[in-house]
Design a protein around this ligand. Structure first.
Ligand code: TXA
Ligand code: MG
Length: 324
């Protein structure tokens, strides 16, 4: 676990233009001083991420919002007050101190206040904003422990702050609040139901098949193994068929089938609660990769509450892969 000394050291690395991996309540981030274009550019190099793919600026408190963005609507203010610190990212008009390197050239910027003591301590010690995408290589599964970060990025990151396992486990919900009606761009740790309760009306969620947000490619959050999605009651039959055909099959076994023996290479018995599933999701996918699976058979959970974010990530993991 990170000590006060580690926090000071990490703040120094950021001031010197270096990269720090930091825990948040959602996933680990790969952080740089948001106002240092050279440091921000290094994030893209390390991740292998296209420079047009915008980053999230992390702030130490909601009261800093006006320093970083323009035109904060009543709805934006309401959502920030209700959900920060927490797994909600707001997209607003870019303020002047945000370099275009951080926004992928866009005139809008994504901002959030993370709900993790280590992240908040770092933001407070550093004093500025920290741009941080998830601390994984572009397109792969986000890290939810410091060990995941080290395994994925190694020496490419200057300092890793260990804050234990991420409590939420899937990324923040991204809401565009530049218009009158907020638009959910990515489902995540704050549920659609909670957002709707806060604003007082129904919100729409984009379908996974349309690439609307810059960089939201269909294949994302993907393990090495190919992911196949089937109906929950077909998971076992599909897995056993692929097993007989000689695949090294990993199974995400739905709670309804708990306890049923499955002929497969590796089986993860999924937790019944959506919160526990979200918390474990990326770790499960990593584990199946490590166990050498070449195929993962899974099904989508009910798309309500955190199930919406889990289903979104599974769909993307199963999406078409770019040719290599
Ligand atoms: O939970 C999270 O959000 C984590 C932690 C580290 O905070 N971060 C994260 O960052 O998931 P990243 O870079 O992996 O995903 C950020 C998403 C991208 O899909 C990007 O397209 C979107 O935010 N985004 C950033 N700026 C945007 C903007 N101005 N307009 C629309 N989408 C934006
Ligand atoms: Mg990411």
């Amino acid at each position: 676990m990170a000590t006060t000394n580690d926090i000071e050291k990490a703040a120094g690395v950021l001031r010197a233009g270096g990269l720090v991996a930091l825990p948040t309540e959602t996933v680990y981030g790969l952080g740089a001083n948001a106002e240092d274009p050279a440091a921000v550019s290094r994030i893209f190099q390390v991740k292998g991420r296209p420079p047009s793919h915008p980053l999230i600026v992390h702030l130490g408190g909601a009261e800093q919002l006006d320093d970083w963005v323009e035109e904060v609507s009543t709805t934006a203010r309401l959502l920030a007050e209700r959900f920060w610190p927490g797994p909600l990212t707001l997209v607003l008009r870019r303020g002047r101190r945000v370099p275009l390197e951080a926004t992928g050239g866009l005139e809008t910027v994504a901002v959030r206040v993370p709900d993790h003591p280590v992240a908040l301590a770092l933001l407070s010690a550093f004093g500025g904003g920290i741009t941080a995408p998830s601390a994984n290589r572009f397109g792969s599964v986000s890290p939810t422990t410091a060990d995941h970060v080290r395994a994925e990025l190694g020496d490419a990151v200057d300092f890793v702050l260990d804050g234990g396992s991420c409590q939420v486990g899937v990324e923040s919900t991204i809401v565009d609040v530049t218009g009158e009606i907020p638009a959910i761009l990515r489902p995540g740790g704050v549920t659609r139901e909670d957002l709707e309760a806060a604003v007082g009306y129904r919100l729409t969620v984009p379908s996974t098949s349309t690439v609307r947000v810059p960089g939201q490619h269909p294949s994302h959050y993907a393990p090495r193994a190919r992911v196949v999605l089937v109906a929950p009651e077909k998971v076992i039959a599909e897995a056993e068929l692929a097993h007989e055909l000689g695949h090294r099959v990993g199974v995400l076994l739905p709670p309804a089938s708990a306890g049923t023996p499955v002929k497969a290479h590796a089986v993860v018995a999924l937790p019944a609660s959506a919160a526990a599933y979200a918390r474990g999701l990326y770790g499960f996918l990593r584990r199946l990769d490590q166990q050498g699976c070449d195929l993962i058979v899974a099904s989508l959970p009910a798309e309500e509450g955190l199930g919406l974010a889990i289903a979104n990530r599974l769909r993307r993991a199963a999406g078409p892969r770019p040719a290599v």
